[in-house]
Ligand binder design. Structure first.
Ligand SMILES: N[C@H](CCC[C@H](N)C(=O)O)C(=O)O
Length: 282
């Protein structure tokens, strides 16, 4: 089959976007694995489908590079806003996008008539162990020690609709992420696997972050991960609720606000790279 796609990214967290408004895509798991391959495919952190929705303006589905489906993606939802507006599928600058973890509201900001940045109401974070899920005897998993790779890490688990383990450390540059990332991702405590964020505290309004994503490995940025990091920073007393926190990722910066009630706002850029067609044997 011929796959018509767009490559877009949010801070270098790049996905292949497919318009499924008219036609469904068969076998999205396999397509995700094929297109994501950086040597034999197009190259991406996964696949995003833009679909019609009964209860929102559009629906987004996301698949990781290994073909597994995720429930939410912060960087991709901004790009979906850009995709549907710039292509004229909507003329609204406030949009509702349905995801596997509920409907999110987007506010689009334009530059020269095209979407440049998007602010997303990410909804309420959950610290409940069973929402993540994480195996523990307690109700939540905040600053709990885990022995991984011969080292004790203090881990705070947050659900942003998808699962995150947040770890504060002194220096994120020097981390052997390729070694420790998979050990967290596949740890027996996390029955659905997990996305893991390593955070260096710069000051009370600035965090530096590297991420190991479930199903995709190290990525240049993770929107839900940046939100989870700020939630964990508030819970652990490193940042203040209501403050706008800048999260510096490998691919650039996101602005995140975690309110007292743990609802989270995220603002950041969305970029289009190119459109293409790929012949896929399926
Ligand atoms: N990069 C995404 C998150 C993808 C999460 C995915 N790896 C999962 O399995 O939950 C973001 O910007 O929020």
């Amino acid at each position: 089959m011929k796959l018509h796609f767009s490559k877009m990214h949010g801070l270098g967290n790049d996905y292949i976007y497919v318009n499924c408004l008219e036609h469904k895509l068969k076998h999205p798991e396999e397509v995700a694995r094929i297109v994501s391959d950086r040597h034999f495919g197009v190259g991406s952190d996964g696949l995003i489908l833009i679909c019609p929705s009964d209860r929102a303006d559009f629906e987004m589905r996301m698949f990781n590079a290994d073909g597994s489906e995720g429930k939410m993606c912060g960087n991709a939802i901004r790009c979906v806003g850009k995709y549907v507006y710039d292509r004229g599928f909507t003329d609204r600058k406030t949009l509702q996008i349905d995801t596997r973890s509920g409907v999110k509201t987007l506010e689009l900001t334009l530059e020269d008539g095209k979407v440049s940045t998007v602010r997303v109401d990410m909804g309420r974070a959950s610290l409940r162990a069973r929402d993540i899920p994480v195996e523990t005897d307690y109700d939540d998993f905040v600053s709990q020690p885990m022995l991984v790779h011969g080292e004790v890490f203090l881990v705070t688990c947050v659900s942003m609709g998808n699962p995150h383990a947040v770890i504060f450390c002194d220096d994120v540059e020097d981390l052997p992420l390729e070694d420790i990332g998979p050990l967290f991702e596949n740890h027996e405590k996390f029955p659905d696997r997990i996305n893991t964020e390593f955070i260096e505290l710069v000051d009370r309004q600035t965090l530096k972050m590297r991420v190991w994503e479930r199903g995709s490995g190290e990525t240049f940025a993770c929107g839900t991960g940046a939100c989870a990091a700020v939630v964990a920073a508030v819970v652990n007393g490193h940042c203040d609720a209501g403050d706008e926190v800048t999260v510096r990722l490998r691919g650039g910066e996101l602005k995140i606000t975690c309110r007292e009630d743990f609802t989270v706002l995220m603002e950041g850029p969305a970029a289009h790279v190119f459109d293409g067609v790929m012949e896929i044997d399926l």
